[in-house]
Design a protein. Structure first.
Length: 178
């Protein structure tokens, strides 16, 4: 055996956003154990870019008790297996009102692979037009704004942007534009 085998699994919690399961496992050396996993659907993160400007959203993040700037991102709770670029376009439109002529996949992120099965797809949105947002009820306090690349870099250095997915997505953007 060269991987961990799942012997049994049981759901221990579920709400509209995620579920948590506990798996009885058998390790490669034959010993037994327990692993807890948070299951969430794949999310899309969108970097909207116009020239040197990048679009961010700011909202209150309850677990942190703080408002935080980040790139628009989210899942589609009402759709099973949405087409990734459509999910990205939907998130961008809902959170910011922006529409993109082009949506380019930059890469994939694993949110917290030691804890969660959730994966994210990072998109670059270009050819932007502005419109009305259609935020979910939980996003009613959200703000959005354009920032220069230099401002975004400063915000990351100064701790104004601390969202790990946004910082990793920015790294994918930088790598794609080399």
């Amino acid at each position: 055996m060269d991987s961990i085998e799942t012997v049994a699994t049981r759901e221990i919690y579920r709400n509209n956003w995620f579920s948590m399961r506990e798996d009885d496992i058998r390790r490669p050396d034959g010993t037994d154990g327990v692993y807890a996993v948070i299951d969430k659907p794949t999310y899309a993160l969108v970097i909207a870019q116009e020239g040197d400007q990048l679009h961010l959203v700011e909202q209150f993040r309850y677990p942190l008790g703080l408002r935080r700037w980040e790139f628009p991102q989210g899942t589609a709770q009402d759709v099973t297996n949405p087409e990734p670029s459509e999910l990205a376009a939907r998130e961008l439109r809902e959170e910011t009102g922006l529409r993109a002529q082009t949506m380019t996949l930059l890469g994939q992120l694993d949110l917290a692979p030691g804890l969660s099965s959730q994966r994210g797809l990072v998109f670059l949105a270009t050819g932007i037009t502005e419109g009305e947002h259609a935020r979910e009820h939980e996003e009613q306090d959200m703000r959005s704004a354009w920032f220069t690349r230099a401002e975004v870099e400063r915000m990351m250095r100064d701790g104004e942007i601390t969202d790990a997915q946004s910082i990793a997505a920015f790294a994918l953007l930088m790598l794609s534009q080399r």
